[in-house]
Design a protein around this ligand. Structure first.
Ligand code: SF4
Length: 312
């Protein structure tokens, strides 16, 4: 049997989102990234104008919203492509910028627009921990879709790192937002980045342990990659930032998964930058290859998610 087939026959070594959806709905569900035209306090001058050091003008979006497609148009663009691959159920992922920023009426109008999208079974609202309050969380929690998630960009649990990458919020702010969202009845997904400036493996594993002790149901991982037109790109060009290597990322992620609480659903094991925006590292374009290598490494170590987690 080939190594690839052997891996395919292995039970998953981490708690994958695709597996969760299969158990929940009996079939595949795809997340559709949407740009609802929100902004971010870390860019509009409320907290700062320059944003996080890795953020570009698209704010992690697909650019479809900027190109004039409304939510229904963006939905159809992606749904048509996924339907051609046999997917029938979808989750709306408000990805760009901070999607709970601004008046609650605006959020309510966006949620109303999502509720009528064909094939929708869930929503996931990406935002910052300092852009939520009880009213907004309860509004999201009472939406009709069976899956209701909120995603907070935390990136690190280390306050010195958070200052260094210009997040404009601290660790305590993440903890309060996670607690409030979970209390409102939402599933919470937190984003963490490996390879942040000034962080090594120990700091990253501390963040994973920290998240494991919070009321989170999901986590997204990626390495810090360099996008064009960012402050990080300037650092990289001047030789003041070196992206993590793929081998180091596989090593650090294999260690991270074993200390991650076993029930936490891993929404993403590697980022998916567009080749137009990515400056470095080139290997970040091959997210599925990274996932395969990580699975092979866990098999080699005979390790799996949560086996060394203190938060079970
Ligand atoms: S919080 Fe998000 S949208 Fe705002 S500056 Fe940071 S990465 Fe960009």
């Amino acid at each position: 049997m080939t190594a690839r087939r052997a891996r395919a026959c292995e039970p998953p070594r981490w708690n994958r989102l695709s597996g969760y959806f299969l158990r929940r709905f009996g079939e595949r569900v795809r997340k559709i990234p949407l740009d609802a035209g929100f902004s971010c306090p870390n860019r509009d001058g409320t907290l700062g104008r320059e944003g996080c050091i890795f953020c570009n003008a698209q704010g992690s979006g697909t650019g479809l919203g900027e190109n004039g497609l409304d939510l229904a148009g963006q939905w159809e663009f992606w749904r048509t492509q996924f339907q051609a691959k046999g997917v029938k159920l979808f989750m709306a992922y408000l990805q760009s910028f901070s999607n709970t920023y601004g008046p609650i009426e605006r959020l309510a109008a966006v949620l109303d627009a999502l509720a009528v999208l064909p094939g929708i079974v869930g929503l996931s609202i990406g935002t910052r921990p300092d852009c939520v309050d009880r009213e907004k969380l309860e509004l999201i929690a009472k939406q009709p879709q069976p899956e209701r998630w909120i995603e907070f960009g935390a990136q690190s649990g280390n306050d010195a790192t958070l200052r260094r990458i210009r997040r404009g919020h601290d660790r305590a702010g993440v903890e309060q937002a996670v607690e409030a969202a979970a209390a409102a009845g939402l599933k919470v997904c937190v984003h963490l980045i490996a390879g942040l400036p000034g962080e090594g493996k120990n700091e990253f594993l501390d963040s994973v342990r920290w998240i494991s002790g919070q009321a989170v149901s999901g986590v997204k991982f990626h390495c810090l990659y360099v996008c064009r037109d960012t402050f990080l790109a300037d650092l990289f060009t001047r030789g003041e930032f070196t992206p993590i290597s793929r081998d180091s990322y596989i090593d650090i992620m294999a260690d991270a998964l074993v200390v991650l609480r076993p029930d936490i659903i891993v929404h993403r094991i590697a980022g998916d930058p567009s080749c137009e925006e990515l400056l470095a590292p080139e290997w970040a374009l091959q997210s599925s290859d990274t996932g395969n290598r990580l699975a092979a490494e866990l098999i080699r170590r005979d390790a799996r998610q949560g086996e060394k987690s203190a938060s079970r």
